[in-house]
Design a protein around this ligand. Structure first.
Ligand SMILES: NC(=O)c1ccc[n+]([C@@H]2O[C@H](COP(=O)([O-])OP(=O)(O)OC[C@H]3O[C@@H](n4cnc5c(N)ncnc54)[C@H](OP(=O)(O)O)[C@@H]3O)[C@@H](O)[C@H]2O)c1
Length: 333
């Protein structure tokens, strides 16, 4: 198959400060360069995608660009020795939809240096159902375990539990043998969170983690997608030598805390940046996501498969906090 001269992409532009996002025909000559060319089959929707598509967050660093931080498809041309025509591949983060064209596009050039061969036990659709969200959850757990976290230490709590990262974190932690507790603002989703592996669920709107630098300990570790007051609260109640993986800012970017939990309890605050993760670790984590950490309830989590035009409404609903779980996007018709 040859790269057509024109194809459809969800292109974001900014003219005189005005945000515009629309599916439109674009010439292949304008695509960001790369040594691997793919026909895109699926993408997904992450918080960052919702910010980019609606224009409510500054994600793109140049214009115009195609949106979509995740992509999975089949190689149609390659000048890299690492990939052949017909290979199934995926990419998440890696500047897609920031400085180069992203995955909401029928075709895409990728850089072979960060293109991941699809693990044999995943389909292209499953890879995108996991996507950046699942990869971020896996990177969080990986960093916690490198820093000594074990299931024997006690329960790990997940905040923003009903979101993409949160729900996949619950499922992955559960697969890895952890007792998982969930904090969510959606009490109506507590049954669903239990099905994914959470043994207890707390309503974030009625949660009080104290005011003192050190409160009674509750959890052995945490994966936090919320930030701000939630993250500050977690530092007060994580047990000695526990880890908090800070991966999100759904509740805000501030962090007001003290050094006391760090110097008196030896807890660790681990920064999670999925977008710039080194390729060797990326490959290792995708192998885990296809094996021992494969989310067992993936279809219950990624219950929505969007068609291209559904993206706009979905992104608005996501930012309004109305969705739970994850959505893949069907790109290939
Ligand atoms: N570091 C990285 O590499 C990386 C990668 C992916 C995502 N992220 C970040 O992780 C976060 C989650 O991403 P996502 O794709 O999972 O988004 P998502 O599906 O929209 O999930 C976000 C969840 O956060 C909770 N939430 C929303 N607004 C909140 C508020 N004002 N206060 C407290 N909780 C709130 C909600 O969960 P409940 O209703 O269940 O509480 C919501 O479902 C985002 O901040 C995203 O930017 C970071």
């Amino acid at each position: 198959m040859n790269l057509p001269e024109q194809f459809q992409a969800l292109r974001i532009s900014q003219d005189n400060g005005e945000h515009a996002a629309a599916w439109q025909a674009m010439p292949s000559a304008e695509l960001s360069p790369g040594d691997v060319t793919i026909e895109v089959h699926h993408s997904s929707v992450n918080y960052k995608d919702a910010l980019a598509v609606t224009g409510k967050g500054k994600i793109l660093r140049r214009f115009p660009l195609n949106a979509g931080i995740d992509v999975a498809g089949v190689v149609i041309a390659s000048s890299s020795d690492a990939f052949d025509v017909g290979d199934q591949v995926l990419a998440t983060g890696c500047d897609l939809s920031e400085t180069r064209d992203g995955g909401y596009s029928e075709y895409l050039h990728l850089d072979s240096a960060w293109t991941i061969p699809l693990p044999s036990s995943l389909t292209l659709l499953e890879a995108m159902q996991i996507g950046t969200a699942g990869f971020t959850a896996a990177l969080s757990l990986y960093r916690m375990e490198v820093n000594g976290q074990t299931p024997e230490q006690g329960p790990v709590v997940v905040t923003g539990a009903s979101g993409g990262v949160g729900s996949l974190a619950i499922n992955i932690l559960s697969a890895a043998g952890y007792e998982v507790h969930a904090i969510s603002g959606k009490t109506e989703q507590f049954d669903w969170l239990h099905q994914l592996g959470a043994v207890s669920c707390s309503d974030r709107n009625n949660l009080y983690l104290g005011e003192r630098p050190l409160e009674s300990t509750i959890w052995a570790g945490a994966i936090d997608t919320v930030g701000d007051h939630m993250l500050a609260g977690l530092t007060r109640v994580i047990a000695p030598w526990g880890n908090i993986a800070s991966c999100g800012l759904a509740g805000g970017t501030a962090l007001h805390t003290t050094v006391m939990p760090f110097i008196l309890r030896g807890i660790s605050l681990l920064g999670i940046n999925s977008a710039q993760c080194p390729t060797s670790l990326r490959q290792q984590l995708w192998q885990r996501l296809a094996g021992p950490w494969k989310p067992q309830q993936l279809q219950q989590i990624a219950h929505t498969n969007l068609q291209r035009d559904d993206l706009f409404d979905y992104c608005e609903e996501m930012l309004a906090g109305k969705i739970h779980g994850r959505a893949s996007v069907q790109i290939k018709r």
